[in-house]
Design a protein around this ligand. Sequence first.
Ligand code: MSP
Length: 554
Amino acid sequence: MRLTLRLLSSVVQRRPFYVTTPIFYVNAAPHIGHLYTAVVADAIQRFEKLIDPDCNVIFSTGTDEHGTKIQQAAAKANLAPQEYCNKISEEYRTLFKDFDVEYTDFIRTTEERHKKAVHHFWKKLVKKDYIYKAKYSGWYSVNDESFVPETHVRDELRNGEQVKVSLESGHVVEWTEETNYMFRLSAFKTHLQEWLKNDGVITPSKFQKHLVDMVQNEAYFPDISVSRPSSRVHWAIRVPDDEEQSIYVWLDALVNYLTVLGYPDEDAMIKRGRPWPADVQVIGKDILKFHGIYWPAFLMALNWPPPRRLVCHSHWTVCGAKMSKSCHNVVSPRLEPAPAPALRYMLLREATMHDDANYSQTKLINIANSELADTLGNLGSRCCGAALNPRGEFPPLHATELGELRPGVASELMDCVEALHEICYNHYTNYQFYKAVDAVIHTLHVANLFFESHKPWELRKKPECQKELDVILHITMETLRISAIILQPIIPQLSEKLLDKLQIPKDSRSWQHCVTPSWRVQGAIYETKNIQGGKFVLFPRIYTDKKQKKSVSA
Ligand code: MSP
């Protein structure tokens, strides 16, 4: 009987939703590109919880701490490698806290549990005869931590010196001859092609096509080196039973997605609800090959399924150029005078997955001021403020008064609000955050027009118009309520602030609560008294010039 119950409960136990970010190199402080990857993954997991509040989400992130470039960066900073890693890894944790990246697991590749997982993974590959020792020579890019095929390098003159660079990344490569362990990647070409036949494995589809081309191209299919001599790369996990060799950093790094789940401890993984294969792995386009070819091949070698989906994004550029330390164009996420919610909003609101987006501080400030401070925030302040709403209410709808409204703009707003959840649902499920935000902002523009055109400040002066004023406030506040629910994955803090102000109970903020606007329900459901008193500023305008700020507040 007990056994049957256990069996039954393991059958009905719901799989968790497993989403990952890449783990971040600790060779330098985080910039907005790194933050972007993390907020994309965070928005995905928040949306999942929004549509299914009972969903058990595992959201992993962390830091990638081994390899030559970390070794070099630590030496430059005059710190022992571990000390240096601790410092930068901590910066990532603080960054994620400040930007509401609500991960459940943070993994560091220098942890003992990870070393154990990598060793186990390696030994399995050896046992299955997918790893062998060989002499290897080729071009190596320290920056990409990757060998680059001869066909993918070109000559370039840099600082008066003739160098070879990788065609793909533009990073300098150096000729390397050494004994390595090799992985039989070539054995997986057909398996990978089969996997890539499934639509939606990589999204957007342009990146899937890119991978299909890569897999077809023979040059990408020699076996790959999966170790380096320890004499060259000492800051790394050693190959089991061979101290002379260090495990290739990408193999080490990719296994993090399993370490997080308790691998290789079978019981621990069962306890977590058998989350592999991951539902979504978020990556940038620069690491597509590692996640779309190497990672699935490693997994296939051990008869593990590849991830269900890779969500691949493009890059943030500055003045059209890729951010890099050597170009001195790296943008730190600590952007005075813009607060964290403004940057988080702009990153998700502006970038499309398929094309690069260009960062400029002017754009950030303009978007935050016009959309967060004005379109959303100001509408909230006006509805809740004492001037128009002295009783501090989310007032009743008074269905009988609906006929008094200006028909054009009122029905346009009501139509927009009614359609909003479905439009945004589609955009969110296609990871098109910018389109979801666009739809909300459009609705809020219509709401502002609706509000203005009914001149509530005049109705307020006439006691006989109180009911009409109530209806206008109700419809506008209802629009704000629905918008705030929908925007939770994008701007969690600001949405919470607005929903708190409107006195929407915490258990009434999930997707199902934005599906039906109150005017469709007999007897409006959201009527609250006692809206918190006091001035309400959802998002203070950003002023770059102190004088400008003074003259506005005077
Ligand atoms: N450590 C590897 C990943 C190993 S995962 C098993 C790595 N780290 S990284 O720090 O260089 O990059 C982490 C993420 O930041 C990647 O998704 C990368 O695409 C992203 N970005 C780095 N620069 C970026 C931009 N300029 N714009 C957007 N994202 C970019 O790769």
